[in-house]
Design a protein around this ligand. Sequence first.
Ligand SMILES: Cc1ncc(COP(=O)(O)O)c(C=O)c1O
Length: 406
Amino acid sequence: MARVNENFLKLPGSYLFSTIGKKVKEYQKANPDKKVIRLGIGDVTLPLPEAVVKALHTAADEMAVKETFRGYAPDLGYEFLRSAVVEHDFKSRGVELSIDEVFISDGAKSDSANIQEIFAADSRIAVCDPVYPVYVDSNVMAGRTGSYDAKTGRFSNVIYMPCTAENNFVPELPGETPDIIYLCFPNNPTGAALKKDELQKWVDYANEKKAVIIFDAAYEAYITQSDVPHSIYECEGAKTCAVELRSFSKNAGFTGTRLAYTVVPKELTVDGVALGALWARRHGTKFNGAPYMIQRAGEAVYSEEGKKQVAEMVGYYMRNAKVILDGLKTAGYTVSGGVDSPYIWLKTPNGMGSWEFFDYLLENADVVGTPGAGFGPSGEGYFRLTAFGSYENTLEAVLRIKKLGS
Ligand SMILES: Cc1ncc(COP(=O)(O)O)c(C=O)c1O
């Protein structure tokens, strides 16, 4: 008799974006003349850079010719892309990697969800709170957590590390010792970034405790401050304790095109087993490689033209971030993020709950954001706005929020 994986039943419904969608739809229906501005989405809105589109066309033409047609891609990625990654994302920052430490994939979402498979079933995980929900949910599905407590918004057997205004949204080293530590910096949703000495503390801690850090650097392209590391491997000793996740989604607009990679250094071993070998084995069994055309598009991101266009795109979004950050500060809001990140995290005014503020903003300014509580219990009382809208809409939204006062 077939039985379901009961761990899935522990997951509370993922109501965040569907609830937001429903509320906005109802509001629009009741107020058809209102122009609603959405600053809640984590998706990019600008089209792919020209260099990327050109590479896609060229690769598509290659696929139409017998001599240049490609079938299955190598499981771990084409050498041309892995070499470009090593050269441009790491060597240029003083980090030496070899191409077989880079594993190409179709997204940081899948990588961050799948990486837990190579660890023991009874590993204890530590996560920031609030957090990108994939880290916890994938471990719930794997049976690594206890049950969900609706009152606290937490699963048992998970170490939650609150990130609040009190600690500047930088987690403190946990009291209990975890086996796997998920860190995402620059952070979604708080927009906080870690300085090199702050990240070094985590690397030292993980090496001392023999824990592994899963470092999600999906927003690396948004870093503007020079003392914020772009890669965890800029910290001494990180190669023996950290896996790094990168994505082409937020820098080059690949959210619908799908391309990412994971770095697993050769020095990273657990119980004498190289984690890279396990990850390669997992990839080989469960993944048939990112498409040739998409990997060529990814390679184009590193061309001179591509780099320039990506910088322009990131610059466009960061101009929006500054508009939101400065505007809200002027209006008297307590805001953070938005400097090394496309996310702006604000304290809801007058003690309003996250969802209460969501309704307030929608009904009084026709602006949509994301309630912080949707990312974890420590997100209650906070609200996320994103810089991924158009410049004009961002200006308009901030003007409307300013008019409300705080
Ligand atoms: C922290 C974080 N990691 C990973 C992802 C997903 O990246 P990808 O589009 O490569 O799957 C997101 C997307 O919003 C994210 O916020």
